[in-house]
Design a protein around this ligand. Structure first.
Ligand code: PHE
Length: 337
């Protein structure tokens, strides 16, 4: 039996020493309930009383040695596996990252926000209104009755005979005047629609920003002073302003407003087409009819209004020669801003 134990021990230690040793399998094979060592211990009943403790002790020693070899091997394999995993999952934190491109604000939105900031700085409040509008607010209340020629230049899209896509943001002023009593100091930016064919300077959808001030004693001088401040903030301190007489049904008197060209300073260049001036907006004193249409007494109050196309400002500011660039979402164009 001694020899049997010795050979079990040898076999077990040799098997465990092999690099591919399946330790759990070997444990079952040598130490398990049906294992080789257990089989030997079972046979101990046949031994004499003197032999039994000797063999018993020897068997325990063999068992202890095999157990020790098993746990040593297990620890080794665990360490090797951990090492292998560390190698496989190695992370080089000094490697440069993959940059994911970040977009930025569209030039139209950026200029709209810039305009809003300037007017908010002058005490205006932003008011918004519906893009689907009643004929009354878009035209009639603004002194443009049915069949008025001004409807031609602002032909738009009709939902029904008296509901349309607003052709200007002026209806927002009408709605505001109906609701709030003077002093009123508001701007209304937003989308407007006109039934125009698409070309370099026209689009059926574009953006306007209009402003309205109504209070006691408001004059054309207030309008000019405010616009001058606005133009200097937008185009620079050296900017000069020019008002040319014009006609709008909802203002009287009315003017078209030019700024001195910020590229050539007024000498004439490509941007201003040799004029030295660039038209940026329309303005005037709110027509008394419009005030009374909105429940404001024109004998007590007066006001001025102005309106500009945001696309035109963007194109002027950045020297863009075709409005379509602003809507086509070609990143090669947009990336430049
Ligand atoms: N709503 C006018 C337009 O679209 C612009 C404007 C507004 C002119 C206010 C004068 C005063 O043409």
């Amino acid at each position: 039996m001694k020899e049997k134990l010795a050979s079990i021990k040898q076999a077990a230690l040799a098997a465990l020493a092999s690099p591919e040793a399946d330790v759990e399998e070997l444990r079952i094979r040598f130490l398990g309930k049906k294992g080789e060592l257990t089989a030997v211990l079972r046979g101990m009943g046949a031994l004499s009383a003197e032999e039994r403790p000797v063999i018993g002790q020897l068997a325990n020693e063999v068992r202890a040695e095999i157990e020790q070899a098993i746990s040593a091997r297990m620890a080794e394999q665990k360490a090797a596996a951990a090492e292998a995993r560390l190698k496989a999952e190695r992370l080089d934190v000094t490697m440069p990252g993959k940059a994911s491109p970040v977009g930025h604000i569209h030039p139209l939105t950026r200029v709209q926000r810039e305009l809003e900031d300037i007017f908010i700085g002058m005490g205006f409040r932003i008011v918004e209104g519906p893009e689907v509008e009643y004929d009354y607010y878009n035209f009639q209340a603004l002194n443009i009755p049915e069949n008025h020629p001004a409807r031609d230049t602002q032909d738009t899209f009709y939902i029904t005979d008296n509901i349309l896509l607003r052709s200007q943001t002026s209806p927002v002023q009408v709605r505001a005047m109906e609701k709030i009593q003077p002093p009123i100091r508001i701007i209304s930016p937003g989308r407007v629609y006109r039934s125009d064919a698409v070309d370099a300077t026209h689009s059926p959808l574009f953006h306007q920003l209009e402003g309205l001030v109504v209070d006691k004693g408001i004059t054309m001088g207030d309008l000019k002073g405010m616009l001058e401040t606005f133009a200097k903030r937008l185009f620079g301190e050296q900017t000069a302003l020019r008002l040319r007489p014009h006609h709008f049904p909802f203002t009287e008197p009315s003017a078209e407003v030019d700024v001195s060209c910020f590229v050539c300073g007024g000498k004439g260049c490509r941007l201003c087409k040799g004029e030295g001036w660039i038209e940026i907006l329309g303005a005037g004193m709110v027509h008394p009819f419009v005030l009374s249409n909105c429940g404001i007494d024109p004998e007590v109050y007066s006001g001025f209004a102005f309106g500009l196309g945001i696309e035109r400002i963007v194109m002027t500011k950045y020297g863009i020669d075709d409005m379509r660039h602003l809507y086509e979402n070609d990143v090669r164009f947009l990336e430049q801003f």
